[in-house]
Design a protein around this ligand. Sequence first.
Ligand code: HEC
Length: 410
Amino acid sequence: MSAWGVELVDLVARWVHLIAGIMWIGNSLLWNWMDRNLVAPTTGARTQTPEPVGSIWLLHSGAFYYAEKTLLAGAPMPSRLHWFRWQAYATWWSGFVLLLAVYWLGGRAAMTDPSVADITHGTAVLVGIGGILAGGLVYEFAHRAIAPRAPRLATLKWVLSLTFISVVFTLLLSPRAAFLHVGAMLGTIMAGNVVFTIMPAQRELVAAVQATGSAPTVVSEASARAKRVSIDNNYIVFPVLALMLSGHFSTLYAHPHPWLPILILVAGGAAVRHVLNIRFTFASWRPVLAATMLATVASLYVVMRQSASQGGSRRAPAVDVATQGPVEFADVRHVIDRRCGSCHAAEPADVSLGVTPAGVRFDTPEEIIAFAARIQERAVVTRTMPPANTTRMTEAERALLARWAAQLPR
Ligand code: HEC
């Protein structure tokens, strides 16, 4: 497919992915919130049919809404019952298409980085797919085989296994691809929870009401598992969103040990979610929430500073402007033309990663100077440009750009 054709697929899939994802996550957060805010029925309501488990009053866009939670005991199945599942399915499918278009088919973003591991694109794709599948299987196994007897042990097992797979991703894939594949692995687990656990449990519930006119009085193993995985999904949401956006932040993924910022995003996101979950029963949640957010941001500050001062995965060239003398702009321009101009031009020779990526062009001196700070950040500090060093920029050239950036007026 042509480069612009892939770009169109990318655009459409991303659009669907965002909309479906917002609908899925929005619903799931709203239900979680409702469940935690239900008011228990009064004694009188206990004689009602169906007996309510709890109820809640809500106000939204010009009207009051009253929602009641019930297990329908003794009441007939309503003629119209709304299920929510297509949002989850559409989010996963559009995400799969995006991974294919952007990373796996090759072209829009690098899967490999020779300075991380010397593997081919094909091997990297297999590592990505294998890791995502392995993560999903480990999670399913922990949930089906261990959680019914020992839920905490199951959680510990899958959290450790997923951490291990994430570290493997960072040791084999380009850092940006590693972040995204950890996100895709977690997203796949979330969607798998809907398909393999939540939907079957709901079907079971509906069948029980239809067959006997009442929901099972003892909560079945399937329902108990549906509740557990739905809580897991709730905790995974915040980390996944941060991982999916991480590709915009080169200082984050260019850390010498990319698993560290990944762990911070995951742990920070889940911890913030936890405080938000317990806030209805935990009086002093506000300062704790503020402290959790601050601790996450402070940890990000520390790792991003490390990335910036340690020159990404490799050391930045030492800049000594005083002894090496000033740099001529003509030399800088020559380097940029050779190593960046194939992509970053109004009429690029290389359109494999899109036409004029990020809209950044280095055709004129003014354009180059206007982007001096980002050129320094991407080519010298984080070394994330040229992507996977496709145009084989040399150390001496990076050092030249570093000296040039150091002599520019700030
Ligand atoms: C093979 C094509 C290619 C080459 C060569 C290339 N880039 Fe990029 N560049 C991209 C792509 C794709 C993006 C958008 C994705 C991203 O930001 O990682 C991008 C984005 C950028 C951005 C904008 C985003 C930001 O972080 O500000 C800058 C600046 C940049 N590149 C600088 C450079 C410099 C400097 C060089 C040469 C040393 C270079 N690029 C070489 C493909 C290329």
